[in-house]
Design a protein around this ligand. Structure first.
Ligand SMILES: Cc1cc2nc3c(=O)[nH]c(=O)nc-3n(C[C@H](O)[C@H](O)[C@H](O)COP(=O)(O)OP(=O)(O)OC[C@H]3O[C@@H](n4cnc5c(N)ncnc54)[C@H](O)[C@@H]3O)c2cc1C
Length: 397
């Protein structure tokens, strides 16, 4: 039987898994397959420095093809896996190649959720997931004009702050406040104020009826109340969905993502799923969850590399943390809060924008949100990680 590890997806999770396997002593073949034709790259700069032109494509690289080659990792870039035959432990690539695996790691990521309104097929509609998406936006922002953003989440707001440097901007959010699912009210309000100072017009509680076009190109966004907002372009970010089709077609258990256990194993013992595409049990959420963050992709990749090289291991329990750059404000979140968790502002300095907010569930600290406060963020990560280790050992004993 082959001893290969095959990794599907050459993004943050897939590449980290390949390099971690070598770091941790795996001396058998590793194959990594990536549908994109680029050297593997980081996505966060696509809505930050790369979009603003302060970083170029070489700054984005996760590692070079040569570095992977030096580690004897065989790359198949610009090629997609089209089939997974679990009985034979074989994946089929779209160039006709077949690769056999002992262990398979699925790291296929996620993709922007579709906006279900008339007009979504018009040109001039954008989302940001790939280098090509960011290039297209970079180019059209320089033409100025009005940009309408649909969705007031982290990603769209990062892009809106950049768009505001080139022209006028409106952000439409259906919920009563921006970032409502991911931040407390005080943190979200502080960021809304900052965006307004940058010239971003934020309109919450606003539903879209249609995107209107002229000559097949976006011309306006029509709201539910009939108002029309003229737009040179529209940027949509209304969430993302896991790329789990390949897994589902192969009969793995999926439910809005690939279901894995505490070791990040799928319903097939030889197959793991990590990163944006995986739904995993979490002590932080008291349930299963799917997380889209660099921390999650990286920590899960390292965990699976340990399981493969060292055999069974402790459950995956890495503390979730996240960052975002909103205009000039650095947002960091340690831990995981649910919308109903309590909120306690422990520090707020209007002049510097520094904000520290604790989130509590049944009087227990579950997350800390900070703006421009890296010290408290790092401290919170340590405190929260220690409290969960303590909690887990209590449950186990
Ligand atoms: C614009 C943007 C900004 C972000 N900013 C932040 C941030 O500030 N902070 C943060 O923590 N996170 C951020 N994220 C999220 C973070 O980048 C992702 O969570 C992370 O990239 C997930 O890594 P992944 O490897 O799971 O998926 P991906 O990076 O999406 O990689 C998956 C890869 O698999 C490939 N693939 C899919 N199917 C196949 C197939 N059948 N065959 C071969 N290849 C396949 C895809 O083409 C893709 O290249 C951002 C994301 C985006 C898009």
């Amino acid at each position: 039987m082959t001893t290969n590890v095959v990794i599907i997806g050459a993004g943050q999770a897939g590449v980290t898994a390949a390099l971690s396997l070598r770091d941790q002593g795996w001396d058998q073949e590793i194959h990594i397959i990536g549908a994109e034709g680029h050297v593997p790259y980081q996505r966060p700069p696509l809505s930050k420095g790369y979009l603003a032109g302060t970083e170029d494509i070489s700054d984005l690289a996760l590692c070079s093809t040569a570095a992977l080659g030096n580690q004897q990792i065989t790359t198949h870039f610009g090629v997609a896996v089209t089939q997974l035959h679990r009985e034979q432990k074989v994946v089929v690539l779209d160039n006709g190649k077949r690769l056999q695996y002992r262990w398979l790691i699925i790291a296929t990521g996620s993709e922007p959720r579709d906006l279900m309104v008339p007009g979504k097929e018009l040109s001039g509609l954008h989302s940001v997931r790939t280098v090509e998406d960011a290039d297209a936006l970079r180019e059209c922002f320089t033409n100025g004009g009005h940009t309408v953003f649909i969705g007031g989440g982290f990603l769209n707001l990062e892009v809106a702050a950049e768009a505001a440097r080139h022209g006028s901007v409106t952000v439409l959010e259906v919920a009563p406040q921006i970032l409502g699912r991911v931040l407390s009210r005080p943190a979200a309000e502080a960021l809304a104020k900052h965006h307004q100072q940058l010239g971003v017009d934020i309109r919450c509680g606003t539903s879209i009826r249609a995107i209107l076009g002229e000559n097949n190109k976006v011309a306006a966004v029509e709201l539910e109340d009939g108002e029309r907002i003229a737009a040179a372009r529209v940027v949509v970010s209304v969430g993302a969905t896991a790329r789990d089709e390949l897994a589902a077609q192969a009969g793995l258990v999926t439910d809005a993502g690939i279901i894995v256990d505490e070791q990040l194993r799928t319903s097939d013992d030889s197959i793991f799923a990590i990163g944006d595409c995986a739904v995993f049990p979490s002590v932080y959420a008291d349930s299963t969850m799917r997380v889209e963050s660099v921390q999650n992709a990286t920590d899960q990749a390292r965990h699976v590399a340990s399981v493969i090289t060292k055999g069974s291991l402790e459950d995956y329990q890495a503390l979730p943390w996240f960052w975002s750059i909103q205009g000039t404000q650095r947002v960091q979140i340690a831990g995981l809060a649910l919308p109903d968790d309590d909120t306690r502002v422990v520090q707020h300095d209007e002049a510097t924008g520094k904000l520290v907010v604790e989130r509590l569930r049944d009087d227990r600290l579950v997350a800390v949100e900070t703006i421009n406060a890296p010290g408290p963020h790092m401290k919170a990560r340590k405190t929260l990680a220690a409290s969960v280790t303590h909690l887990a050992s209590q449950v186990a004993s």
